[in-house]
Design a protein around this ligand. Structure first.
Ligand code: TEU
Ligand code: CA
Length: 558
């Protein structure tokens, strides 16, 4: 298999609502994004994944789409979109659109029709079922809390919504639905976009018997039980045949509930389905198996994280392609999560260490807006400040059902809420961080006076310039894209050490996840190696220990 262009790419994720406001309404928009494209180009990323910009009532910030071929009014117009796309291409940046087709908004005209009556021509565009024993058809829970079935009085049936009740699931069994989706995708590809990031694409094929599933801590069957359904790969291959294969595009499937074996099908390098997947194993490492993401935060078990990432590295090697990420719009800020934001020194060092650890792996790295600055979680002081429907819904459920005391539930909420990823991008030290001239829809982090793009662009030692270098290294050295992976020190509680090998060339990546010095002796083979990057400047070749959050990459070539 020859190398595909996107295997050497680095993707930058833009969450439009929080990136750059251009008209003072406090909401990021397309014109704002266009004005910041040179910044993304300067970082060195070559693909932008744009979270949804389609028309939406915003029950889930654009992940509830009411018209797939129109732009959300708050974000601008189709002309603004075209201008952004043209400008991105001029700068050598590809644009990947978010494709949310497991569900639509309940305000989409398909659903407006569908709910009118049982014999409406659009009825079968969604998943309607009769009650079972006077209640919901099965015990599936919504990802945002409560049951996944909403009862419709008028027709006496339930419709399925794995997410909010304003996000009814589309019925992929219906050929007309697939036709509509593929035609719409083709319309965007014809417009010139470069690919799709596919929202929860692993959930599109449901077991039509809708059995009851093993209940989790919420008391319901988990939505992930719907992953890899009976016709999943048939649908994706059809999509590939009818749309994707006609273009040289990049596609990434968001795949909750997908393990290594299944990923080899979704992201097969034979190109029959998608380019790559987002897996969730590694970001679930601190999630409590019983109480879930919003019930308890488990301290990071580094050997476990290493073992997960390492199995994905070796499992997919030569067979399928993976994506690499710490952050996205659904995850907390990784510095606060697995590094440290306790002091400015630790923030800067651990942000660089985490970047090193991820970017030297095999796969296509994703950088979420602000991650390249080392942005941190927001200091929330009360649940009233949270607007994210997922974390808030789960928090309220835990408190109302008495599963957790209020203070404990809030402590998890403040660390885990998706709002941590959604505070405004920090452009400069001014009052609203250069994000808006008005009142931002989410509060600006108080640390924007020091953590911001302007300051970091001016400082050659900043997290920004470090990320820029990591990205440049990937473009320069084949081994980062193609080398095979080997984990060293698998059981070490504080160090993440691995090698990459390609022919006679070898890279050694050493990362300390500890805020204290850790005993470590550099392997003799690397004593005379070249340093590709390090977060402390000079590395100490003969030292007996690593400094707090120290990270470096060494290269030898015989
Ligand atoms: O996320 C899918 C998903 O499973 C998430 O709920 C994720 O696993 C969760 O945040 C972890 O707790 C996608 C989008 O990325 C998300 O923003 C949407 O809310 C969701 O789909 C529904 O479209
Ligand atoms: Ca705006």
């Amino acid at each position: 298999m020859s190398e595909r262009w996107w295997q050497r790419s680095v993707v930058y994720q833009v969450y439009p609502r929080s990136f750059q406001d251009s008209n003072g309404d406090g909401i990021g928009d397309l014109k704002g994004i266009t004005s910041r494209l040179p910044y993304i180009a300067e970082l060195g990323a070559d693909v932008i994944w744009l979270s949804p910009v389609y028309q939406s009532p915003n029950d889930d910030n654009g992940y509830d789409i009411s018209d797939y071929q129109a732009i959300m009014e708050e974000f601008g117009t189709m002309e603004d979109f075209d201008e952004m796309l043209a400008e991105a291409h001029r700068l050598g940046l590809h644009i990947v659109m978010d494709l949310v087709v497991n569900h639509s908004s309940d305000e989409h005209h398909w659903f407006v029709e569908s709910r009118k009556s049982k014999d409406n021509p659009y009825r079968d565009y969604y998943i309607w079922r009769d009650p079972k024993d006077g209640g919901a058809p099965n015990n599936l829970g919504s990802c945002f809390g409560g049951t996944a079935w909403e009862y419709d009085e008028a027709s006496g049936q339930y419709y399925l919504h794995l997410f909010s009740k304003k996000q009814p699931d589309l019925n992929w069994e219906n050929e007309k639905v697939r036709d509509e989706i593929f035609t719409m995708m083709d319309w965007w590809m014809q417009k010139g976009i470069d690919g799709f990031r596919m929202d929860v694409i692993s959930l599109i094929s449901k077991d039509q018997s809708f059995p009851d599933y093993e209940p989790d801590a919420s008391g319901f069957g988990n939505h992930r039980e719907c992953a890899n359904g009976p016709r999943e790969h048939e649908f994706l291959r059809e999509m590939n045949r009818r749309v994707l294969s006609k273009y040289d595009c990049i596609t990434v499937g968001e795949c909750p509930g997908v393990g290594i074996e299944e990923a080899k099908e979704y992201a097969n390098i034979d190109g029959s389905e998608l380019s790559m997947v987002f897996e969730f194993d590694h970001v679930s490492v601190d999630v409590d198996p019983d109480l879930g993401r919003y019930g308890k935060v488990v301290p990071l078990d580094l050997p476990k994280l290493k073992s997960i990432l390492s199995s994905w590295q070796t499992g997919l090697q030569g067979k399928a392609w993976n994506s690499l990420f710490w952050e996205n719009h659904d995850q907390p800020r990784v510095v606060s999560r697995w590094g440290s934001d306790a002091t400015e020194e630790f923030r800067e060092k651990s942000a660089k260490m985490l970047g090193t650890c991820l970017h030297m792996l095999q796969g296509t790295p994703y950088v979420f807006q602000g991650e390249e600055l080392g942005m941190t979680n927001y200091p929330w002081t009360s649940a009233d400040e949270i607007v994210d429907c997922e974390s808030k819904g789960n928090y309220l459920h835990f408190v109302k059902e008495g599963i957790l005391p209020e203070a404990e539930a809030f402590d998890v909420l403040r660390q885990q809420t998706r709002d941590n990823a959604r505070t405004p991008m920090q452009w400069d030290a001014s009052e609203m961080a250069g994000f808006t001239t008005g009142t931002p829809w989410r509060p600006v982090h108080p640390n924007h006076t020091t953590v911001n793009a302007e300051t970091e662009l001016a400082d050659p030692n900043s997290v920004f310039h470090y990320y820029q270098k990591l990205i440049a290294l990937r473009k320069q050295y084949d081994i980062i894209t193609n080398g095979s992976f080997e984990l060293l020190e698998a059981d070490h509680p504080d160090l993440f050490v691995y090698t990459r090998t390609l022919g006679d060339e070898k890279l050694l990546t050493v990362c300390s996840f500890s805020g204290k010095p850790v005993a470590w002796k550099m392997p003799a083979a690397f004593a005379a190696a070249e340093t590709l990057i390090s977060n402390y400047g000079e590395i100490r070749t003969d030292a007996e220990e690593l400094r707090p959050y120290e990270a470096y990459v060494l290269r030898i070539a015989e």
